[in-house]
Structures are given as C-alpha cells and as structure tokens.
Design a protein around this ligand. Structure first.
Ligand code: ADP
Ligand code: MG
Length: 597
C-alpha cells in the first residue's frame, strides 16, 4: 500500500460527508419533513415505495422555494436559516444547510416548488449534478421526489436493511412528528405497483391526546397518564404509561426537546428511573414527552442527524424529571376508573358507562388517598360479611367486589360492576407484604420469636452472605445469629409470614436469601430503600406471601384484595410483575361480538 498522502478529491469528500447525514431512507424522510415544518407547512404527505429504497416523495403546503433559489438550495452549506449570531440559538429544525445537498449527492432528485401558488420551478438532479431546470405551475408548497438512493454508493446500498425494516422506521418517525405537532396534518402512504395505501393518517388536532389516539390507537392511549409541569427550568408536556403497561423494547418512547426528535436516551432513562421498582427489568413504559424551554439551553449541534442534545452541565432537568414521574405515578395511583376518565375527553371514543357510584368521575384528578378510601371503606367483615360462602359460590362483597373463587391454585377471579379481575394471588400478596415491610420504622421490630432457636446448616459461601446481611435482616424482623463456620441460628421471624413455619421453610428462606444475594446485581431500582434493603424486603415479601400452587380460601383472597387496594402501588409486585389483569365488560362483549347489543 502506498503511504503517500494525497488530497482527497472534492467530490469524494462531499460523498463522505453526505454519508454522515444520510445513512438510510428514513434519514431522507426526516430531513425533508423537517424542511417542510421549517417552511410552516400545515399538511405534509410522504409516499414511499419499497421502504423508501426505490422512491420517497415528500410534499408540503409550506412557504416554498423561490425559483432563483432552487439550484442554490441543493448546494452544500446553503441555507436560508442560519446566521452567525443564531448558531447557538437555533429556532428552526434545519440550520446546517447539508440535507438537500447530501440527499442530492447520493440519489436522483426531482423538486418542484412554488412560493406564490402559481409560478413554480422544477429542477432535476442526479448525484448532485443539475440535469434540468424548467418553469411550471403548482399550488403553494414544495414537492421533493428522491429515487434510487445510494445508486452511486454501492457500499452503503449493500448495508441497507430490509424494506420492511425501513418502512417501520419511517412509520415510527412520522408517528413521532405527528405527536410533536398535533396541529399539522401528516400522512404516510405506500405505493406498490399502481396501488397506493395509507400507512398512517394524522389529521390536524386540537390536542396531543387526540393525536395519540390517531397514531397509537385506543389500546395504548387508554393506558396513559398525563405528565406535565415544571422540571427545573423546563416545561414538560406529555404522557407516560401506567407501570403495568410496558414493552420489552423502547419502541413506544417518543421524546422531543424543543420540538426536536431526540434519541440520546438520557431523558428516557430519567423517566424510567422515576418508575423505580415498579418496572420489571428489561421492560419499558410508553413515553410521549416533550421538553419545552429556550433554544440556547441545549446544544443540538453534536450529532450529524441532530438526534442528540447536550444539556448544560448545571441543568438539573434529568433529576427533576425523574422526581416528577415518581410524584405523578404516586398521585395518579392509576386505578381503573381514572383510566376511563382520561379517555373521556376525546372525540369519538367510546366510553363505558360509569358505575353507580359515579362520583369518582370528577373532572379533577383524584388524589390517591381519596381513591384508596373509596376502595377500602369496606372492611374485611363487609367483604366477606352477611352473604357468607356457599361451597362453590362467590363471596359477595360490598362495594361491587365479588370474589368468585380461586382457580388453578394461582389466580383469584373477582367481579366488579364493570370488570372481571384476575389477580395473581402470590404477586398481590407479595406487593402487600412489600409495602408493609417498607413501612416498618427501624425501631419497630415486628417479629415472632421461636421458642427455641432453629438451627440451620449452610455452606461456607451462604454462611458469609448471611452473616453480612444479618443486621439488616434483624431490622426487618428476621433475627439470626451465626456460629462459624456453617451454622445459622434463627431466633425470630417477621410477623408477616403467612406460611406454616417449620424447619424446612426457614431453611428455604435462608438459602433463598443467600442465593439471591450472590446473584450479580439486580436492576438498578429506585425506591426509598437502598439496594441492599430493597433486596431484603423484596425477598422477605416473596417468602412471606402466600405461595402459588396451594389452595387459598375466599376469605383469605378478600383479605389480600382489601390490603392490595390500600397499597401505594397496587398494580405491580415487588419485582414489577402485574398483580391484577382487568378485563372490561366492553372487552368481553367485543370478544363475543356482542358490541352494540
Ligand atoms: P437547512 O434546512 O439546514 O437550511 P437544507 O439543505 O435542508 O438546509 O435546505 C436548504 C434550504 O432549502 C433551506 O434553508 C430552505 O431555505 C430551503 N428549503 C428546503 N426544503 C424546503 C421546503 N420544503 N420548503 C421551503 N424551503 C425549503
Ligand atoms: Mg433542512
């Protein structure tokens, strides 16, 4: 290989640079739509063929490009938006003047645009060279057609993913634009041969929530709670999902900063942190959140595709945001009625009829305490009360809860006025126990003493682990002492233990603890407890809770339900798994095709 340094030909330099801005079809769509938004378009329509690899057309009704500017717009580093004094205070989405030129360098482009709605100019380019220019007519706005992307960059073409993947990315991108700009009409069409079909239709709406329904659908929209307020100096607007509604990836997370799409992940992580222990490891909530502040508070100029932003090191927005999520989740407590209430303000949305005691459908968000009170004003006696239990019959419960029974030795069936609940008994009881432990003040030792200490043999490794966490266990009512090198004496166990306390159970508990602590670190949970405490408490809760696979009486089920509804986070267990699955009457009716009857 020759080591002689040579100047890289200008054409190659520009191709390399173009490759940084445009790496795949979705990048073209993003840049073109950003230009349309910068031109104040109110309707933006994208059409793709073969996932954009064959053709991408973006048409808008924006301000248009002057005929004399047409050629200039496709030259590198030409822009009508930037000025030196505005470099650090950019209000438009584009500002580097690289997009159109980059696109033109790696594809074939036809652009027609009109500023006055009459006279238009049409230009055709290939590989960045102008092939033709002519005058024409069209309505106000711009239409840009990009075809044969990377026709002259074979290396890039080889690395393109499947058309399906590109299509999905483009769909997600336009969904995101629509969520950020509810007042702009977006549509995405797909052309296959002579057929054109709609992939996405987001008409101009008055509220973001209405657009959420349009682009994400009822099912997701009904699982969202509003997240809004002030996080430090930033204004936060948007929605997050209830903790039990998650996905295994982050595909339902749409974050923007000053109406720019960002993907850097810091904001997403901060929001997830606010969920704390309610999120199962590897699960991600839906996030549709915009941060609104001054442009000079962030640096957008850190990523070729402008997908990252850099906050001022002194900006505490991320911590504030996590706290805000935490407070919001606590406040909402996401009880079922509230979800329906949220859905109510939106046009065309079917709303199931309110239950008899309709006062919960107030216009104001209801405080968690009030809600819990409504559920818990029925004491256990009420719940199992006068109706009694027929051998195979339901426990009739006041307040609309009826325990129908225990199935598969795992789940409780519960009927409310409008819903069927399936409760995972172990998970629910685990949540109850977890919060009971969490609330223990360290000076309160809630334990039951053994008449004589129970002696358990363990191996060396387990011995060391148990010895180390001994003080912590004690503060939660599990009192042990160690006799080197392999003996543990158990003096007392927590009062919340429901299981029959025999030697084997206690041995299982200790071994379970040791194994749990040897596992490499759990997910980073945020909870009032530190990580070690959390582990102890979660483990105690798990051991103390009624076990799956054993019969449980309806009375016990009623007690667990009653306690669960008093919890701060009733809908997930200590490990983040759901405790209750709710099936609305309407859902059953639609499954049985009884809708409208
Ligand atoms: P930038 O957006 O960074 O200014 P671009 O290469 O994306 O650079 O666009 C170059 C210029 O072309 C823009 O500054 C704008 O004046 C003009 N332009 C591009 N697309 C449109 C459009 N859809 N409507 C009106 N003007 C446009
Ligand atoms: Mg641009």
């Amino acid at each position: 290989m020759s080591r002689k340094i040579k100047e890289i030909p200008a054409q190659l330099v520009s191709k390399i640079a173009a490759g940084e801005v445009i790496t795949r079809p979705v990048d073209v769509v993003k840049e073109l739509i950003e230009n349309s938004l910068d031109a104040n378009a109110t309707k933006i329509s994208a059409t793709i063929e073969n996932g954009g690899q064959t053709r991408i057309i973006v048409e808008d009704n924006g301000e248009g490009i002057l005929p004399e500017d047409m050629e200039l717009a496709f030259k590198l580093h030409t822009s009508s938006k930037i000025s030196e004094e505005r470099l650090f205070n950019v209000g438009t989405l584009g500002f580097r003047g690289e997009a159109l030129s980059s696109i033109a360098i790696v594809s074939k482009v036809k652009c027609i645009s009109s500023v006055d709605g009459k006279n238009a100019m049409e230009i055709v380019l290939e590989g960045g060279k102008v092939l033709s220019k002519k005058n024409g007519r069209r309505t106000r706005g711009t239409k840009i057609e990009v075809s044969a992307i990377f026709f002259n960059v074979p290396a890039r073409r080889k690395f393109l993913r499947s058309a399906e993947t590109e299509k999905r990315l483009i769909r997600t991108l336009i969904t995101h634009f629509a969520l950020i700009h509810p007042n702009v009409h977006f549509e995405l069409l797909e052309k296959k041969g002579n057929r054109t079909t709609h992939l996405l239709q987001a008409p101009s709406r008055m509220t973001k929530l209405a657009t959420v329904f349009d682009v994400l659908g009822n099912e997701i929209a009904s699982q969202l709670i509003p997240l809004s307020g002030q996080a430090g100096r930033w204004k936060i607007e948007g929605f997050i999902s209830i903790p039990s509604y998650t996905k295994r990836d982050r595909s339902l997370q749409y974050v923007s900063v000053n109406k720019r799409i960002v993907r850097s992940g810091d904001i997403n992580s901060a929001i997830e942190e606010g969920y704390g222990a309610q999120l199962l490891k590897g699960h991600h909530p839906a996030i549709i959140v915009d941060l609104v502040g001054k442009n000079e508070w962030v640096d957008y100029n850190v990523h070729p595709q402008k997908l990252e932003v850099r906050f001022d090191p002194n900006d505490n927005v991320l911590e504030e945001l996590a706290q805000m999520v935490k407070d919001t989740l606590e406040k909402e407590s996401h009880l079922p009625e509230l979800t329906e209430h949220k859905a109510k303000g939106v046009e065309n949305q079917p709303v199931s009829s309110p239950p008899e005691k309709g006062e919960i459908y107030t216009a104001q968000p209801i405080q968690a305490e009030e809600q819990v009170e409504r559920y818990t004003q029925y004491t256990l006696e009420d719940m199992v009360g006068s109706a009694g239990v027929a051998k195979s019959g339901a426990v009739k419960v006041a307040g609309g809860y009826r325990i129908l029974g225990h199935i598969m030795n795992k789940f409780a069936l519960i009927e409310t006025d409008t819903e069927l609940w399936i409760m995972d008994v172990h998970a629910a009881d685990e949540r109850v126990k977890f919060e009971q432990y969490e609330n223990i003040k360290s000076d309160l030792v809630m334990s039951q003493s053994m008449l004589t200490p129970v002696k358990i043999k363990v191996d060396h490794e387990d011995f060391n682990v148990l010895d180390e966490i001994q003080p912590l266990l004690k503060s939660y009512g599990l009192e042990i002492s160690t006799v080197p090198e392999t003996t543990v004496l158990v003096h007392s166990i927590p009062v919340y233990f429901d299981q029959t306390i025999d030697r084997q159970t206690i041995s299982n508990v200790l071994q379970g603890f040791a194994a749990y602590f040897k596992e490499t670190s759990e997910k980073a949970v945020t909870t009032p407890l530190d990580e070690l405490q959390y582990k102890v408490v979660a483990r105690l809760a798990c051991h103390g809770a009624v076990r799956s696979g054993y019969p449980v009486s309806n009375h016990k089920l009623a007690e667990i339900l009653n306690n669960l509804l008093k919890c701060k986070y009733p809908w997930t267990c200590a490990h983040g798994r759901p405790t209750v699955i709710r099936i609305k009457q309407g859902m059953l009716e639609s499954w049985f095709k009884r809708v409208g009857q």
